[in-house]
Design a binder for this molecule. Structure first.
Ligand code: HEC
Ligand code: HEC
Length: 307
C-alpha cells in the first residue's frame, strides 16, 4: 500500500514535470513564431514607408536619397545619433521608437504617426535586424536626466561661460549661429558634409524641450562631430548650457507649405508618392483605416509632423 502511494506520487511528479516542460516548449515555439511574425510585419512596414529613402536593404541608398541634402541613415552600421544612452553605444528600442513617432525636425524624416504602436515596434525590430551590431551586444542603461533647476540669470550666465570655455563656439560660433572656425570642414561618419546647428533657430532636430537639449549635450550625437559632455561638465553645468541655448534660440525656421520646415517639404512629397504607390499595390499607408489619401490635409499634417 505504501509503495503504491509512492509510485502514484512519482507518476504524478513525472506528469507534472512533463506538462511543465511541454508547456515551456510550447511557449518557446510561440515566442519564436511571434518574433518571426513581428519581423515579417516590420519588413513589410519598412518596404512601404521607409525604403524609398533608407534603401531596400537599409543601407541608406533609397531611390530618393540623391535629392536630399541631409542623407537618410544607413542602418547597417547600427550607428544612431539620437539616443538616451552614453556616447558610442547602441540606442534603446525606445529611442528608435521615439524617432519614428516624432520624426527629425527640419529633415525629410517625418513623424510616422500613421503607424500603429505594433507596426512601430515591428519596424524598429526590423531596423535592428539589418545591423550585426545589435546581434553582438546590448545597449547600456539610459543616462540619468536630473530635474531641471529653475532658470535664473546667473544660471544663464554660467551657461554662457561654459559655452565659450567648453569649445561649443569652435563649431557653433561665438553667438551660436553655427559659424565657428571649424564649421566649414566638418564631415559625418558616412562621409557627408555636416554643419553645426544654428542654435538661435528653432526647432532643433531631436526636439526643443530642455530635456531634449540636456540629452544631446550629455550623450553627443554618434556619427557626427557633436561630442558628449557627460564627463567634461557637471549636471548643473549642462543645465546651465541648456538655459543659455534656450535664451538665444529666439528665432523660428521659416515655414513653407503646410507649416513644414526645411526638408520636411521633400519628406512630405516622398511620403505621399510612397502612399500613392501603396494605393496601387493595395498596401502601404493606404492599407489601414481607409488610407492616408482619404484624410484631409489638416489631419495628414498632424499625422506627419505631429502638430
Ligand atoms: C523621406 C525620406 C525618409 C523616409 C520615408 C524615412 N526616413 Fe528615416 N531618416 C531620413 C533622414 C534624412 C534621416 C537622417 C536625419 C539626420 O541624420 O539628421 C533619417 C533618420 C532615421 C533614423 C535615425 C535616427 C538616429 O538616431 O540617427 C531612424 C531610426 C529612421 N530614420 C527611421 C525611419 C523609419 C522606421 C522609416 C519608415 C517608417 C523612415 N525612417 C522613413 C529620411 C527618411
Ligand atoms: C566639433 C564640433 C562641435 C562641437 C565642439 C560642439 N558641437 Fe554641437 N553640434 C555639432 C554638429 C555638427 C551638430 C549637428 C548634428 C546634426 O545636424 O546631425 C551639432 C548639434 C548640436 C545641437 C542640436 C541637436 C538637435 O537636436 O538638433 C545642440 C543643442 C548642440 N550641438 C549643442 C552643443 C553644445 C552646448 C556644445 C558645447 C558644450 C557643442 N554643441 C559642441 C558640432 C559640434
Amino acid at each position: 500500500m505504501k509503495i503504491e502511494t509512492k509510485q502514484l506520487l512519482l507518476m504524478g511528479a513525472i506528469l507534472i514535470l512533463g506538462a511543465v516542460s511541454l508547456g515551456k516548449l510550447g511557449y518557446d515555439v510561440v515566442r519564436v513564431a511571434r518574433a518571426e511574425d513581428s519581423l515579417a510585419l516590420g519588413e513589410a512596414v519598412y518596404r512601404d514607408n521607409c525604403a524609398a529613402c533608407h534603401g531596400e536593404k537599409g543601407d541608406g541608398k533609397g531611390s530618393q536619397a540623391d535629392r536630399l541634402k541631409t542623407k537618410p541613415r544607413d542602418f547597417t552600421g547600427g550607428i544612431y545619433k539620437f539616443r538616451s544612452t552614453p556616447s558610442g553605444s547602441l540606442p534603446l528600442d525606445s529611442d528608435l521608437e521615439r524617432t519614428v513617432t516624432t520624426g527629425i525636425r527640419g529633415t525629410s524624416m517625418l513623424a510616422q504617426r500613421h503607424l500603429s504602436q505594433e507596426e512601430t515596434r515591428a519596424v524598429v525590430q526590423y531596423l535592428k535586424s539589418v545591423s550585426p551590431r545589435f546581434k553582438n551586444g546590448k545597449p547600456p542603461l539610459a543616462i540619468i536626466i536630473p530635474p531641471k533647476p529653475s532658470t535664473t540669470s546667473s544660471l544663464i550666465s554660467l551657461g554662457k561661460t561654459k559655452y565659450q570655455e567648453g569649445g561649443c563656439a569652435e563649431c557653433h560660433g561665438s553667438t551660436g549661429r553655427g559659424d565657428g572656425p571649424s564649421a566649414k570642414d566638418l564631415k559625418d561618419d558616412w562621409g557627408n558634409r555636416i554643419s553645426p546647428t544654428d542654435l538661435t533657430l528653432k526647432p532643433f532636430k531631436s526636439g526643443s524641450n530642455p530635456e531634449d537639449l540636456y540629452r544631446t549635450i550629455s550623450t553627443g550625437l554618434n556619427g557626427t562631430p557633436m561630442p558628449s559632455y557627460a564627463d567634461a561638465l557637471s549636471p548643473n553645468e549642462r543645465w546651465a548650457l541648456v538655459s543659455y541655448i534656450l535664451s538665444i534660440a529666439t528665432r523660428e525656421k521659416p515655414r513653407g507649405m503646410m507649416g513644414l520646415v526645411g526638408e520636411e517639404v521633400e519628406g512630405m512629397q516622398i511620403d505621399m508618392r510612397a502612399a500613392m504607390a501603396g494605393m496601387m499595390g493595395g498596401r502601404g499607408m493606404m492599407g489601414r483605416g481607409g488610407g492616408m489619401m482619404n484624410r484631409n490635409m489638416q489631419d495628414m499634417r498632424k499625422d506627419m509632423i505631429g502638430r
